[in-house]
Each structure stands twice: as C-alpha cells, then as structure tokens.
Ligand binder design. Structure first.
Ligand SMILES: [Zn+2]
Length: 401
C-alpha cells in the first residue's frame, strides 16, 4: 500500500468522523452512487431533475395498466455480429457499440421515429431478491438490462438526452435458473476479465490495463494528498468484446416478446433527464446464480458495485400502457375450433331441449336438424388418430394372421 493511502484510509478504518470530508469546500456535490451518503435519496439535492415528476424506474402494476394494441417493433441489426467495449464505469457494467452498422429500433410504441442503439448496461443486486429497477406488482428481480437508444432525428445521444422523445430504452428482467444461460457466456467471461483487471488496478499494480480517469468521483480520498488525477479510485476499466456477439442473444428465449409495458420516464441515474420512452418486457431472461456471482465480484475503488439500482419513483398520474400481442394464426385457429365445438354442443343441447318441450310434433324436423349436426354415418372414433390406426392395424391383423 502506498503511504498516502494509509494516511487517507486510517481515519475511516478507525471510524473517526471527519466533518464535510466529501465536501470540504461546500461546493455542490457532483458525485453520486448507491451508498447512504451518495445514493438515490440524495440525488435530488445535487441533481434537481432527479426530483422531477416523471422519474424512472416505476412499479408496473398488472391491475392499473391500460391495454393497447400496437404494431410490432421493427429491429434492424440486432442479429448482426458486432464489436464493442465492455466497461466498468464505476457505477456498473456498460457495453458500447464501437464499429459496424448500428442496430436500430422503430415501430411499436415508438411510432415512426427511428432510435439508434448506443449502449446496454446491467443493474443487479447483492442477493437475488433484489437488483432490478422496475418492479412488477412490487416484486423485485435479481437483475435488469437496459438497451439505450437515441432518436436519430437528433443526430447524437448528447443532443437527444434533453428532448422529451430523445431516448428509448428497452428493459428486460432476469430470473434465476438452475442452468447457466449460455447466451450470456461471452459477456460473463469478459466481466470476469474486468474483475481481474479491476482487482489489479485496486491493488495498485495494474496500470497496464485500459484506464480512464472518470471525473471527480471520490477524488477526495486521495486527491488532496497527491494532487494526482491518475490515482482516482474511480478510474474505469474496459475490455474489448469480440465482433461475434449480437444483441438479440440477450433477449428472452423466442426473441423479442410481443407483450410489454410502456410509459414516459427518465434516466435512472443522475442527471435523471426526463427524456426516455420506456419499454419494459415482462417475459424473463434466465441467469444462473453462478453467473450473478460473477457480476457481484465487480468493484470500483474497492467498493462493490452490487445493488446499483434506483428504487421505483412516484407515478404522478402517468399512464402505464401494456401492449398485448395479437393472437397468432395457430392461436386464432384453436380459438375458432373451440367456438365451433362449443356452438355445436350448445346447438345439439338446444335441439334436445326443444324435442323435450314440443314432443313428437317437432321431432321429425328436429331430427333432421340434429342429423345435419351429427350425420348418421358420423363416427366419433375417426377424430382419434390412435383409434383409427388401431382399427386399421386390427384389420391388417384380421386379414393376415
Ligand atoms: Zn439502466
């Protein structure tokens, strides 16, 4: 350990209270995190928009959601292999697209505007009963992934972030599975290498790794004694991700689900800009405890990144919609067949009732009607494929043995 580190950390280790240690000059604090000192409850003090009326995340209620029928989303290049960078930015893990043709999303709840993919990142918990930002009927999930896009009509994400329709985020929840989700492996392996790099950086031996100084975060810990930005404990680490991954591999089994919640909200981290068209899917992506454990090893400045989620914010009268996918042809077919069967049985019962009521007078005509429904030569056994096969095999046996 370097000498200054000992000087700086000793008071913390001994539990000595140092007044205003985070803010010695009484200037507005611009760092943020998820601890009691800099967590979500403190954000509105330092970032006014975080106290706004259209904040995210929110609780998604199955009872108050408003059903809607929209066209499908249209995704492009979500299946195209791409290269990018996975980065521990001190608040979580972020994948940024670096080369090739950018994926886009349009249609569905986004209408005609085209939104270009910029990055995805995860939020997760220290245990599997928490970690997601959105909740469904109050239930929390172990992790949540956000695919962040910007509206192409604004040109770039930094311009779009201040517009009410500037950003579109697609969010998915994870649920714990006893099996690893193989589609996550390429990312989890890279996360593991970030853990190793981060550890070596935290121990002061790893300055050969990719390292960027990230603002003034936590510089109070060392900055006063070293005057060196290089020694920031919040330096980020990043690794290149090969050009073989594709974003749709992070979707639930079966691809982009047709049902989803949508509402207007904000970024869930400072500066909490109210510019996000949110879409949250309730079909889960699976992840194993072992894979979650890899995420939970991540640290920044020796501090865990676990529980990097903001709790649900007040709805303040906003409408939360729920898009219901139209039934597929197969489902429609099954429904129609069901209706036909129910109608036929009901019709037959009605005729039988009529027969009972009017007796012999109507019986002749009624019988004709039932004959139409169940022809005299109708053999219900024919409906049963196994029975038909059995019958023919019996005939075969009768003829040949
Ligand atoms: Zn997020």
């Amino acid at each position: 350990m370097r000498p200054y580190s000992l000087l700086i950390f000793l008071p913390f280790a001994a539990g000595v209270h140092i007044p205003n240690v985070e803010n010695p000059d009484h200037k507005p604090r611009t760092s943020w995190g998820y601890t009691a000192a800099d967590g979500p409850a403190t954000w509105p003090t330092n970032f006014a928009t975080c106290g706004g009326s259209s904040q995210s995340p929110i609780d998604l209620s199955t009872t108050t959601r408003v059903a809607s029928n929209l066209a499908e989303f249209t995704l492009t290049n979500y299946d195209t292999p791409m290269a990018g960078t996975l980065e521990n930015n001190g608040h979580g893990i972020k994948f940024s697209f670096s080369s090739g043709t950018a994926p886009t999303v349009t249609g569905g709840r986004l209408g005609k505007d085209v939104y270009e993919f910029a990055q995805f990142h995860w939020h997760w918990g220290s245990v599997s009963t928490q970690g997601s930002e959105h909740t469904i009927d109050g239930k929390e999930y172990p992790a949540e992934i956000h695919f962040v896009h910007f509206n192409k009509k604004y040109g770039d994400i930094s311009t779009a972030v201040s517009k009410s329709d500037g950003l579109a985020v697609l969010g998915f929840f994870y649920e714990v599975s006893s099996l690893d989700n193989g589609n996550l492996d390429p990312f989890i392996q890279q996360v593991d290498s970030l853990v190793t790099k981060r550890r070596s950086l935290d121990e002061g031996r790893g300055f050969n790794v990719t390292e960027e100084y990230e603002g003034e975060d936590r510089s109070f810990k060392r900055g006063k004694s070293t005057k060196s930005k290089k020694s920031s404990s919040r330096a980020s680490t990043s690794v290149a991700v090969s050009g073989t991954i594709h974003l749709s591999s992070l979707f639930p089994v079966g691809g982009l689900p047709g049902n989803y919640y949508y509402y207007s909200g904000s970024l869930t981290t400072p500066t909490c800009d109210e510019s996000v068209q949110w879409t949250v899917f309730d079909k889960m992506v699976t992840i194993s405890e072992n894979q979650l454990i890899t995420l939970r090893k991540l640290t920044s400045g020796g501090v865990t990144l676990n529980d990097n989620y903001r709790p649900p914010q007040p709805l303040n009268g906003r409408t939360v919609n729920y898009r219901v996918a139209p039934a597929t042809n197969a489902e429609l077919g099954a429904t129609m067949l069901g209706t036909l069967i129910v109608g036929t049985v009901a019709g037959a019962l009605a005729v039988m009732a009529m027969q009972g009521a009017f007796g012999a007078v109507l019986s002749a005509n009624a019988r004709k009607f039932t004959d139409l429904i169940f022809p005299a030569n109708f053999n219900p056994e024919l409906l049963n494929e196994n029975a038909v096969l059995r019958r023919y095999s019996n005939k075969y046996r009768q003829n040949h043995y």
